[in-house]
Design a protein around this ligand. Structure first.
Ligand code: ADP
Length: 386
C-alpha cells in the first residue's frame, strides 16, 4: 500500500512516500522557507543523490503542489499518478483528549483539529494548512491524522493531573498531554523485538533526545507517564527549552526583568536549555566540542542535561516498579556516545538489579505514521484498498 507522509511545519513541509511493505521511503524531501522568495525544494529518490531546486512557494498550498508534481514526475518521482496513493498520513502534534488513535480526517475531524490550535499554537495551525492543501488538491485520497499526543492518552489520571485547582482542568483542558508519541511507540515496539519478548510483558523507558527531548514510561505496551506536559516545555532539559523549573522562578524573573508573556515564553522555549546554559549553541555537537576544549559552562550544560535524564529514568523505574530496557533515540540519543557511557556508569547497580539493558534504537516517525495510516485504512471497510 502506498502512503504519503506529510509533516507540515510553520515554514517547511517534509514528505516521504512509502510502500508499506518496505521500511524505507520510495522518495522523500522537504520544501523549506515557505512564504519567502527563497523557497527550496530538496527531493531524493531512493538510492539517488538529493536534488535541490528553487521553487515558488508563497504558501503551504503551493508547497503541496510542488510535492505532488515531483513525486509523480516521470524521472524524479516514484509513482505515475496520485491515484496510486492509498492514503496520506499527516503528523498532527495535538489531538487533546479526543483523539486516542490515528483518525481518518472527515470535515468534522478537520474542524476539531483546527480547534485544538489553541492548545498547540505553534504546531497545529501549519498541520491544518497541510491537511487543507491535500484535501483541496486530492480530495479523492483518504487523509489520516496521526497525533503526537495519542500514544500518551493511556496515562492514568494521577499522572496527567496538575496540582492546581481542578476547575482549570475542566475549564481549559489543562493537564499533561505528552508529545513525541509516535517515536516513543515506535522504539518501544522495536525494543521488544530486540529483547525477543512481547511488549505487553515489558517495562520500557524510552528517551527521545533530539532538539526536543522527552522520556516515557511504557508499561506493558502503554504510556503510563511522560515528561512533557501541557506543552512540550516540561520535563528534561532540551536544546533551547529549560524543561522543569519552579513556576515561581518564572514569575520572579517576569517581575524583575519586566518581561511580557511573550518574552517569558521566548526565554523559556527558545533561549534556555543547552543554549542558554552554555552560551554556545543548542546543538549538542557544538556544546560538546566547547566542553572538550575546557569551557566550564558548556561542560555544566551537558552535566545538567544528563543528570536530569538520569532523574527521570529513576522516577519511571519507581513508577513501574522495575525496568527491562532503557531506549535511547533521536539525534542525541542515537549519536552522543558520552551519554551512553555516563548512563551505563550512573545506573550500573540499577541495571544489574533488574537485569535491564540500555538499547540505542534509531527512531523513524515517518515510517510509523505510514504504517499507522495503512492500518487505519485496512480497517475502514468503506474504503477500497489500493
Ligand atoms: P529533531 O528533534 O529536530 O528531529 P534530531 O533528532 O535530529 O532533532 O536531533 C538533533 C540533536 O541531535 C542536536 O542537538 C544535535 O546536536 C544532536 N546530534 C546529532 N548528531 C550528533 C552526534 N554525532 N553527537 C552528538 N549530538 C548529535
Amino acid at each position: 500500500m502506498k502512503i504519503l507522509v506529510i509533516n507540515s511545519g510553520s515554514s517547511s513541509i517534509k514528505y516521504q512516500l512509502f510502500d508499506t511493505r518496505k521500511p524505507y521511503p520510495l522518495c522523500r524531501g522537504i520544501v523549506e522557507r515557505i512564504g519567502t522568495r527563497k523557497s527550496l525544494l530538496t527531493h531524493q529518490k531512493l538510492d539517488k543523490r538529493p536534488l535541490v531546486n528553487n521553487v515558488y512557494a508563497p504558501d503551504h498550498y503551493q508547497a503541496i503542489r510542488h510535492i505532488y508534481d515531483i513525486i509523480t514526475n516521470p524521472n524524479l518521482g516514484a509513482i505515475r499518478s496520485l491515484s496510486q496513493i492509498a492514503g496520506i498520513g499527516h503528523r498532527v502534534v495535538h489531538g487533546a483528549e479526543i483523539f486516542t488513535q490515528p483518525t481518518i480526517i472527515t470535515n468534522e475531524v478537520f474542524n476539531v483539529i483546527k480547534k485544538f490550535s489553541e492548545l498547540a499554537p505553534l504546531h497545529n495551525p501549519p498541520a491544518v494548512l497541510g491537511i487543507d492543501a491535500c484535501r483541496k488538491f486530492s480530495k479523492e485520497i483518504p487523509q489520516i491524522a496521526v497525533f503526537d499526543t495519542a500514544f500518551h492518552q493511556t496515562m492514568p489520571q494521577k499522572a496527567y493531573t496538575y496540582g492546581i485547582p481542578y476547575r482549570f482542568y475542566k475549564k481549559y483542558s489543562l493537564r499533561r498531554y505528552g508529545f513525541h508519541g509516535t517515536s516513543h511507540m515506535y522504539v518501544a515496539v522495536k525494543a521488544a523485538k530486540r529483547l525477543k519478548k512481547p511488549l505487553e510483558s515489558l517495562k520500557v523507558i524510552t528517551c527521545h533526545l533530539g532538539n526536543g527531548c522527552s522520556i516515557t514510561a511504557v508499561k506493558h505496551g502503554k504510556s503510563i507517564d511522560t515528561s512533557m506536559g501541557f506543552t512540550p516545555l516540561e520535563g528534561v532539559m532540551m536544546g533551547t527549552r529549560c524543561g522543569d523549573i519552579d513556576a515561581a522562578a518564572v514569575l520572579y524573573l517576569m517581575e524583575k526583568e519586566h518581561l511580557s508573556i511573550k518574552e517569558a515564553d521566548d526565554l523559556l522555549n527558545k533561549k534556555s536549555g543547552l543554549l542558554g546554559l552554555s552560551g554556545v549553541s543548542n546543538d549538542m555537537r557544538d556544546v560538546n566540542k566547547k566542553a572538550l576544549s575546557g569551557d566550564k559552562r558548556a561542560a555544566l550544560a551537558i552535566e545538567v542535561f544528563i543528570y536530569r535524564i538520569i532523574k527521570y529514568i529513576g522516577a519511571y523505574i519507581a513508577a513501574m516498579d522495575g525496568v527491562d530496557a532503557i531506549v535511547l533515540t533521536a539525534g542525541i540519543g542515537e549519536n552522543f556516545t558520552p551519554l551512553h557511557q555516563k548512563l551505563k556508569n550512573a545506573l550500573k547497580n540499577t541495571l544489574k538489579k533488574f537485569s535491564a539493558r540500555i538499547l540505542v534504537i534509531p527512531t523513524n516517525e515517518e515510517l510509523m505514521i505510514a504504517r499507522q495510516a495503512a492500518h487505519v485504512l485496512k480497517n475502514a471497510p468503506f474504503l477500497k484498498a489500493k
